[in-house]
Design a protein. Structure first.
Lengths: 318, 454
């Protein structure tokens, strides 16, 4: 487990943002340690994009404070941020090269540096031939590559991606994941929002789960997953279906029994009092055990569980 | 770091490089120049290729009068490309041989022309207006004098009773100074042209600002840009950039138009000295009109000197400076409103409901300008040339005349204050609007956006 306590690159404290008739963010705090990949999760409309826009200084919070490292956020700190919005788009009529230089310069990169760095990236992804083409002549996938390069061209220390994997084809998604890890290894911090829990498990070190304008879960992803363990074990074993079902039904709480290739996988939820070793030693005399492991919940399950709980609590409050 | 220059540059270059801009910029002056030159040019073109017209006068028996007995044989003078020959042959013969003869037409003057006041022209082709006018004017003049003689009125008497009133306008200053006013017409026309240009430019380029904002919004690129610059900077950059495109087009139009007009004028009148208005200045476009007047009616020099005088009296530097000021002021005012509209909608088709309150004052100002045409110092003109929403067009409509300094100053100050106000207001709408999608926005909503803090 990585230790991020070194320094927080970004911190938002007690943010509140109200739109005309609803509260978009309610006393929300997020702290992003430097050098980590941070996931921002939550159902649609939870307030993720609002938070991201506040970090990018696109909108201002009604209440709360933003910090960059250990000082208050200044408006020119946005030049340390690279932002890839959820809805992506470029000037369709502009030439790719010209547009890239323009957007890099808006982020404070000199023309000379912009050209040098763009050359490097365009070579890396074999995009040199696109330089003088108009954006509208490129395919969607190509445009996304251009957009990604533009996002990181000013070598920001904090990268913010809003739903980066939506709309990307598998090849670009893989490329993007690889680049995210690369950037992190080079010292950048990445904050991204996503619905894709697979990518969260794959990439994220820490997460915040926002639901209905509030942060309802926050922390190191491995610790969260451990915390949500339900003392469930999965045993892979050979045997007759009927016998297996009868055996487990009588003695244990059989959650699931499914066939996997030439054997079965049985999921058993144990009571707190029961030792996992005793489960194994009870099974071994009767069946041939192939595998045995504790089930660590997937982020997907945790997400659904936490959000549903939060909604239930809210309903019972009302 | 200030990013507005970068934005202005992009907005400017991306438009100036467009094919439509280049075509408009080149075609515009050609079109203007054509309008200015064409009448003069046509009057020359129609006479190319020598034409000979046979003249025949008949007696009461419809028989041709011999040369010696004819009254009208030499009445119509020849012109450079137009010759008249008296041919005492039978009309029927002439009509029959016309198509195979060297003559282009037969002019038949009947014996009773003095009373009937009618002559006949048999032609192969439709004669040009110039030929017709030449024939009728020559005959009219001759018969007119004939009638005078018949009634025993000596021509000297007649010329002594002919009266032609000239109105000289003299403006008295409060300090007792006076200034002769020449050719109010020119001043009116200059105001009219300037006012119309401002009206046109504000409308045309204001709509471009709006379209640009909508484009950025629907493209979604706006979110990337406002993560680097303040929305207000983006909006101002766009307005200024587009405004500079308008100015560029305007200047190119003036320079090219006056260039074309002058070059053509010189080419059309070889040997003749060029009039004093020939310097290649922005002003010469205004002077081209009266100069061309001289071309088409070379014998009516009366009034032309007056025109020149009138032009001399117009302070072109003032007109030019005022044009720049009112164009920029008016454009900033309306451009920011157009930008706000663009930010509040998702597509151009949704703009209608917000366009109306912006276009109404603009169109109104155009009509007021036209109605002040006859009375540039009337109350209506004065009031609306100070009200900022109408002042750019209406004040320019009066600019050829001497406008009291207090009126100009108050109009300018009001315009500056108002555009500061509208850009501030538009900035507030813009800031919220550009990130708002899929929502039908109402005026109530816009009011809320204006009242948002920060």
């Amino acid at each position: 487990m990585l230790n991020f306590k070194l320094m927080e690159i970004f911190k938002a404290l007690n943010i509140e943002k109200r739109f005309s008739n609803h509260l978009a963010l309610d006393n929300l705090s997020v702290a992003v340690p430097e050098g980590c990949i941070y996931g921002l999760l939550g159902p649609n409309g939870a307030g993720k994009t609002t938070l991201i826009r506040i970090i990018n200084q696109i909108t201002a919070p009604d209440k709360g404070e933003l910090f960059f490292y250990d000082r208050k956020f200044r408006s020119d700190d946005v030049f340390q941020i690279g932002y890839l919005p959820e809805e992506r788009g470029l000037y369709k009529k502009m030439k790719v090269g010209e547009l890239s230089v323009y957007l890099a310069r808006l982020k404070g990169v000199s023309k000379h540096d912009a050209l040098k760095r763009l050359k490097h990236w365009f070579e890396k992804y074999e995009m040199q031939a696109w330089w003088n083409k108009k954006v509208e002549e490129l395919s969607k996938g190509m445009q996304q590559k251009v957009q990604f390069i533009i996002t990181i061209i000013h070598q920001p220390r904090l990268l913010i991606f809003d739903e980066p994997f939506s709309g990307f084809d598998p090849i670009n998604t893989t490329m993007l994941k690889k680049e995210i890890l690369n950037l992190r290894n080079q010292g950048a911090t990445i904050l991204f929002s996503t619905h894709d829990m697979g990518s969260v498990e794959e990439l994220c070190d820490r997460i915040t789960l926002i639901n209905q304008s509030k942060s309802i879960l926050e922390g190191d992803i491995n610790e969260i997953r451990k915390k949500y363990k339900s003392n469930t074990y999965e045993i892979g074993l050979d045997g007759d279906v009927k016998k297996l079902t009868e055996f487990f039904r009588d003695k244990y709480n059989l959650v699931e029994l499914k066939r996997a290739d030439d054997h079965f996988l049985a999921r058993i939820a144990l009571d707190k009092s029961v030792d996992d070793n005793s489960l194994l030693s009870n099974v071994i005399p009767y069946f041939h055990v192939i595998s045995f492991n504790e089930v660590i919940p997937r982020m997907n399950e945790i997400f659904i569980k936490v959000v549903q709980n939060a909604q239930k609590t809210k309903q019972s409050d009302n | 770091m200030n990013k507005i220059p970068l934005i202005i540059k992009r907005e400017y270059l991306s438009r100036v490089r467009k094919k439509s801009f280049i075509i408009m910029t080149i075609l515009g002056p050609l079109l203007f120049a054509t309008f200015l030159i064409l009448p003069a040019w046509l009057s020359q073109v129609e006479d190319t290729g020598e034409k000979i017209i046979a003249v025949l006068e008949t007696d009461e028996f419809n028989e041709p009068r011999p040369d010696s007995l004819s009254f009208f044989a030499d009445v119509i003078p020849d012109k450079e490309n137009l010759k008249f020959e008296y041919v005492p042959a039978s009309l029927d013969v002439l009509k029959n041989i016309l198509s195979s003869s060297k003559y282009d037409a037969v002019l038949h003057i009947p014996y009773n022309v003095i009373n009937s006041e009618t002559v006949e022209l048999y032609t192969k082709k439709q004669p040009s207006l110039g030929v017709e006018i030449h024939i009728t004017q020559s005959l009219e003049k001759y018969i007119y004098n004939l009638k005078l003689r018949k009634n025993n009125i000596p021509p000297e008497v007649l010329s002594s009773v002919r009266t032609d009133i000239a109105l000289k306008t003299i403006r008295l200053g409060k300090d007792g100074s006076y200034q002769e006013q020449n050719q109010q017409d020119i001043k009116r026309w200059i105001g009219y042209i300037c006012g119309f240009l401002i009206y046109f430019f504000i409308f045309f380029f204001g709509a471009q600002v709006m379209r640009g904002v909508i484009e950025e919004k629907t493209n979604r690129i706006v979110e990337i840009i406002v993560s680097s610059v303040r929305p207000f900077q983006l909006m101002m950059g766009k307005i200024v950039g587009v405004g500079m495109v308008g100015l560029t087009q305007f200047l190119v139009w003036i320079i090219l138009t006056s260039g074309i007009v002058l070059v053509t004028q010189q080419a059309m009148r070889p040997g003749k000295p060029v009039t004093e208005s020939s310097e290649l200045t922005p002003e010469s476009i205004f002077e081209a009109r009266p100069v061309q007047n001289q071309n088409t009616t070379p014998d009516k020099t009366t009034g032309f000197n007056g025109y020149v005088e009138g032009i001399r009296e117009i302070p072109f530097l003032k007109v030019f400076a005022a044009f720049l000021f009112y164009f920029l002021g008016g454009f900033l005012l309306y451009g920011s409103l157009f930008a706000a509209i663009g930010s509040a909608v998702d597509s151009e088709t949704d703009t209608q409901q917000f366009m109306l309150p912006v276009t109404i004052p603009l169109i109104l100002s155009f009509f007021i300008m036209i109605s002040t045409f006859t009375n540039p110092e009337g109350q209506l003109a004065v009031i609306f040339s100070v009200i900022p929403l109408t002042s750019p067009v209406v004040m320019m409509g009066r600019i050829g005349f001497d406008i009291p300094l207090i009126q100009i100053l108050s109009s300018m100050v009001a315009l500056v204050l108002t555009f500061l106000g509208t850009t501030w207001l538009a900035g507030k709408i813009y800031r919220t609007g550009i990130l708002m999608y899929g929502k039908k926005v109402s005026y109530k909503e816009l009011w809320k956006w204006i009242r948002y803090k920060n």
